[in-house]
Design a protein around this ligand. Structure first.
Ligand SMILES: Nc1ncnc2c1ncn2[C@@H]1O[C@H](COP(=O)(O)OP(=O)(O)O)[C@@H](O)[C@H]1O
Ligand SMILES: [Mg+2]
Length: 365
């Protein structure tokens, strides 16, 4: 009996070396069934290499990969319960939508009658009804990507691998396809593993995210935890924006640390992980309170003075860049919640910034 509580993918101490370079460096990770799992990290950190090893397109140098409990060593890509969707949506230009989707079933010897109904089902799933007879050049980029998705899903893999699947689409379409992918994943109940360098994409879609750097995984967590509780400075700075303050750790007390920061004074803050005994204080820009009137600290709040350098207006929000009294650079974001609110302050304006210790986190460097 298959254990449904067991992870669908187990990666055990996997390394992939190209000469001296370790593209993937001793990665271990388990992916639960039905997850929408994202591999996130800067370009060149090893995401594609890891995905290609799952698909069987690359061998591991050392380590093991199990899919649904089965060791994948020596198993060819077409024998794995896996399908891959690439960034450049590989569809056959001379075939219709329906033929493109049917192709993979034909070559694996599925019966003709069964093919027709499965293709129809897949077309409905990706919402391409009425377009079965079109050729790819009669479709938009987003529609072609749906064909590529249908081609992969029609084979009912246990695992769908997506390598930067939306990066060729424009912003609006990308947002639409993000929602669509989440809907599809929920509907088909297949585990999706998506590779992306786009943090918003990962945050908005994934149930769990693994952040990679230089072949290694730094943290695996659901989106909210990754944003509000990054364990390392790299993760904090890669996911969203953050302000950081150097500090000295005076004492450790369970989950907390007593710290001294030249700018913020002495504070008790949360530590990001049990092994973090030194590091940097971080706070997200939206959690910094900006005030132009006489400073009235709320209990426990640290107040610092700053001067506005620059403002970036994005419509829904404005990001204010400031220099603090000690010369350090900070940013603070403000939602433009009312159409008739006062305009953004001008560069050169003096202000006070309020920082609550509970919004600070001590992260490891
Ligand atoms: N076939 C290869 N031969 C040599 N080096 C490679 C090969 N494929 C990838 N690399 C290197 O491995 C590292 C990770 O690449 P990749 O997995 O494509 O990163 P990502 O997808 O995160 O951008 C990079 O430094 C890249 O240059
Ligand atoms: Mg890549």
């Amino acid at each position: 009996m298959r254990d449904v509580a067991a992870p669908i993918v187990e990666i055990q101490n996997v390394t992939k070396a190209y000469g001296k370079l370790k593209a993937v460096d001793d990665v271990s990770l388990a992916i639960p069934r039905n997850a929408f799992f994202a591999l996130l990290g800067p370009s060149g950190c090893g995401k594609t290499t890891l995905l290609r090893m799952l698909g069987g397109f690359e061998h591991t140098s050392t380590g093991r990969i199990l899919i649904d409990g089965e060791d994948m060593a020596g198993i060819q890509p077409n024998r794995r319960p896996v399908n891959m969707v690439f960034q450049s949506y590989a569809v056959f230009p001379h075939m219709t939508v329906a033929d493109n989707i049917a192709y993979g079933l034909k070559v694996t010897g599925v019966k003709r009658a069964a093919i027709a109904s499965r293709v129809e089902e897949a077309i409905a799933m990706v919402r391409l009804d009425g377009m079965a007879a079109r050729k790819p050049d009669q479709l938009s980029g987003g529609q072609r990507q749906r064909v590529a998705l249908a081609r992969a899903l029609v084979k009912r893999p246990k695992l769908l691998l997506l390598d930067e699947p939306l990066s060729a689409l424009d912003k609006k379409l990308r947002e639409e396809m993000q929602l669509e992918l989440v809907r599809l994943q929920t509907e088909v109940g297949i585990t999706f593993i998506i590779v992306t360098h786009d943090q918003e994409e990962a945050l908005g879609m994934a149930s769990e995210i693994a952040v990679m750097k230089e072949g290694r995984i730094l943290q695996i967590a659901p989106p909210r935890e990754l944003y509000e509780h990054p364990t390392r400075r790299f993760v904090a700075e890669f996911i969203g924006a953050s302000n950081s303050f150097p500090c000295e750790v005076l004492a450790i007390d369970g989950q907390n640390a007593r710290v001294r920061s030249p700018l913020l004074g002495e504070l008790t803050v949360e530590r990001s992980a049990p092994d973090v005994t030194s590091g940097t204080l971080i706070i997200r820009p939206e959690k910094v309170r900006m005030d132009f009137s006489t400073p009235e600290p709320t209990p426990g709040e640290a107040l610092i003075r700053g001067t506005i350098d620059q403002i970036a207006y994005f419509g829904d929000l404005s990001i204010v860049y400031l220099t603090a009294e000690d010369g350090s650079r900070l940013q603070c974001s403000r939602y433009n919640v009312s159409r008739i609110a006062a305009p953004d302050p001008r560069p050169g304006t003096a202000c006070t910034l309020g920082i609550h210790p509970e919004d600070l986190l001590l992260v490891g460097d």
